[in-house]
Design a protein around this ligand. Structure first.
Ligand SMILES: *Cc1c(COP(=O)(O)O)cnc(C)c1O
Length: 451
């Protein structure tokens, strides 16, 4: 059964436009989607993908687009990465499901062992596997409540933790995530973040004091089970807190019997130029939540953390039908191997350096680029009215639309909708990254001339 692979690295690594975007076949699919799929499930760029790999998405009309989104930080090792394809193909022929809670299998345990080893801290750890980021965040809260006997959960401004009922309560932004979907879970409290671009020079320690003051005055450590934070915010705008902010919050949690939970669903697995974003400041979370980049596109999520906290939940209290299904576990093991074998942590750093240098040079000529930030292959620009910090969401939409038209998949984010974010797969070759940055520079120049 030597079937020729049609996706993954076998795709020629070049941008190619043979129709307008979206082309006629993509438009046909969009028409079918409108009749078949709930309109709440919206689409950013309606191209019909038929293959993907390296830094390219191929559509049904024969266009080849540069992928600067990785399906929202998921295909970090590349789409249809060879080791993932091989591992999943082997597993799918052996068995597809037993339910780990009914009859276990090795893949689940091997993923847990690997996560216990790779995540920050050398203490004894345990892991539980789930299907999606939101489900894992919910379970981290369940575990923290069970371990502390307390109920409160503190989250931050601009936070994104998912779309289930509890995680909607934890997510900050109303549109599109929460509008009309309440009532939301109780005992969730919001604290101010460190947001250097909008913080008027407040440093990390001061921002932490401000947050801790809110937590102590409005919640109280004696009521608080967990503080949950993205070490670099994803949907909220790729906000990197000022140095010292995260360590101060960790220290306060430890001194006050509060579980510190790092939501690394978007930042995990080499994305930021370290294996985990916590590693940049050497912080050690009590629990770490991972998903997205963990399994090369197969649905998998995990909560990993201190054995005594993880083991607090009673036997049978955690689980789910599909959590840690065998295909996803095979994929995750292949992802861990790929990150190591291909030196992808370093690759993310190199990509970050290239993007940051080019975008910072662009910023020097263009006062609408208020901020260039992020780490590794997780970089964003925040767009504003020149000379102010007033968000420019219209410009952001315009640049993203122009990028799409020129054959690039780019994502936007941010509470104010004014952040362009770049999450290229780490399999992106240099020449495509350079081309994308060149095209973006051209788009910024054009929109400047239009005024
Ligand atoms: C995407 C995301 C989630 C939710 O993950 P799903 O797999 O979509 O449920 C949670 N936290 C962060 C930081 C995310 O980026």
């Amino acid at each position: 059964m030597s079937q020729q692979p049609t996706g993954g690295p076998s795709i020629t690594q070049e941008r190619r436009l043979v129709t307008a975007i979206p082309g006629p076949r993509s438009q046909e699919l969009a028409a079918r989607k409108a009749k078949a799929v709930a309109s709440g499930v919206a689409v950013g760029l309606p191209v019909q993908v038929v293959a993907a790999g390296g830094g390219i998405l191929v559509d049904a009309d024969g266009n080849q687009l540069i992928d600067l989104g990785s399906g929202i930080a998921v295909t970090t090792v590349g789409n249809s990465a060879p080791r993932v394809v091989e591992a999943v193909t082997r597993q799918v022929a052996e068995f597809t499901h037993t339910c780990f809670m009914v009859t276990p299998y090795e893949g689940y345990v091997a993923v847990a062992e690997k996560l216990n080893e790779l995540t920050p801290g050398t203490h004894e750890k345990r892991t539980a596997l789930f299907n999606a980021g939101a489900e894992a965040v919910e379970n981290a809260v369940k575990i923290a409540r069970s371990a502390t006997g307390k109920q409160g959960v503190v989250v931050f401004d601009h936070a994104y933790h998912g779309r289930t009922n509890l995680t909607m309560a934890m997510t900050a932004k109303n549109m599109p995530y929460k509008k009309g979907f309440g009532p939301f879970a109780s005992e969730v409290y919001r604290a101010p973040l460190s947001y250097p671009f909008r913080d008027g020079g407040r440093d990390g320690a001061e921002a932490a004091r401000r947050a801790i003051d809110v937590i102590e005055k409005q919640v109280g450590a004696e009521n608080l089970a967990a503080v949950v934070i993205e070490p670099i915010q994803g949907e909220g705008g790729f906000i990197v807190p000022a140095e010292g902010f995260l360590p101060a919050i960790v220290e306060w949690c430890r001194a006050n019997g509060v579980v510190f939970v790092a939501d690394e669903v978007q930042t995990g697995f080499a994305r930021t130029g370290e294996l985990f974003a916590c590693d940049h400041e050497g912080i050690v979370p009590d629990l770490i939540v991972t998903a997205k980049g963990i399994a090369g596109g197969l649905p998998l999520a995990a909560v990993t953390g201190r054995a005594e906290i993880m083991d607090a939940a009673h036997p049978g209290g955690l689980g789910g039908t599909y959590g840690g299904n065998p295909l996803a576990c095979a994929a995750a093991l292949a992802v861990f191997e790929t990150i190591e074998a291909e030196g992808l942590v370093d690759r993310a750093r190199t990509i970050g350096k290239t993007m940051t240098e080019r975008l910072a040079a662009l910023q020097e000529q263009d006062p609408r680029i208020g901020d260039v930030r992020g780490r590794g292959a997780m970089i964003a620009v925040e767009l504003v009215k020149p000379g102010t910090t007033e968000p420019d969401a219209d410009l952001t939409k315009k640049v993203a639309a122009a990028a799409n038209a020129q054959g690039m998949v780019v994502l936007t984010c941010g509470t104010y909708g004014n952040v362009l974010r770049f999450l290229p797969p780490l399999s992106m070759p240099d020449h495509l990254l350079d081309e994308a940055l060149e095209l973006l520079a051209g788009i910024f120049a054009e929109t400047r001339q239009e005024g």
